[in-house]
Design a protein around this ligand. Structure first.
Ligand SMILES: [Zn+2]
Length: 246
């Protein structure tokens, strides 16, 4: 991804949906007639990308109606506190609330055990460079619940799919055939840096068996553009994505 290019067309990955972050870590803006919803919040160093894009496209911070986090790992909530300070409601599943209010978190064991992998080391170096150790906590959050259509621009529906973290969710935007899948599925192997088919996060899952079981909850979503937390967009039947991940 061209991180220097902030033009509208270069970022648009589905109708009215824009991709930000870096080639390793994604977050998105969902544009609707009643405002903007930010989906995930990358790392602290990604913050200027949002302000630049808003300015270039005739928006202000006041147009950001909500931040919805698919889960509260550090590389998905990096600038959440900046939005909260501006009065933007932060939607997070209650099971991940303590993760969000407890930032910055120390790195888990699997993180250190995988640093010998060159692809993962590059990811780790990028995370440190971009502020993973100084992510600010957010104490006040709006809950989201399985099956709920959120009262935010774009009206994403919550698909609760725990395992990667206890509160991991995907977000389905049915009228655009889009599924934000957070880290329920990735299209980039965070350990090797290789782009590929939809896959589970493996060793990075807090409960890998639960994450595998949660794939059942994606059934019936049909043909989508899958927008993951890590990796390029993928298009196809959700069932095919799930089969590939299993
Ligand atoms: Zn992640």
């Amino acid at each position: 991804m061209d991180t220097a290019g902030t033009e509208r067309s270069g970022r648009e990955v589905a109708t009215g949906i824009y991709r930000f972050g870096t080639s390793r870590i994604n977050w998105y803006v969902l544009e609707a007639e009643d405002g903007l919803t930010v989906v995930d919040a990358g790392l602290p160093a990604h913050w200027p990308q949002l302000g630049d894009w808003l300015a270039e496209n005739g928006y202000e911070f006041g147009d950001v109606a909500a931040l919805v986090v698919t889960h509260a790992d550090a590389d998905h909530v990096g600038f959440a506190a900046r939005l909260a300070e501006r009065g933007v409601p932060i939607y997070c599943h209650p099971a991940d609330r303590s993760l969000l209010s407890g930032q910055p978190q120390g790195a888990p064991g699997w993180f250190y055990r995988n640093l010998w992998r060159p692809g993962f080391l590059r990811y780790a170096v990028e995370m440190i460079r971009d502020g993973v150790t100084s992510v600010e906590p957010v104490a006040e959050t709006e809950p989201l619940a399985a099956g709920e259509v959120l009262p935010v621009p774009g009206e994403p529906r919550v698909v609760f799919a725990p395992g990667h973290t206890p509160g991991s969710c995907a977000l389905s935007v049915e009228d655009r055939d889009v599924l934000f899948c957070g880290d329920v599925l990735a299209t980039r192997n965070i350990f090797t840096g290789q782009e590929g088919d939809p896959q589970l996060l493996g060793a990075a899952d807090e409960d890998h068996e639960e994450a595998r079981g949660s794939l059942d909850r994606l059934d019936g979503l049909g043909s989508v553009t899958l927008l993951p937390g890590h990796g390029n967009p993928w298009q196809g039947e959700v069932e095919t994505a799930v089969e590939s991940a299993r």
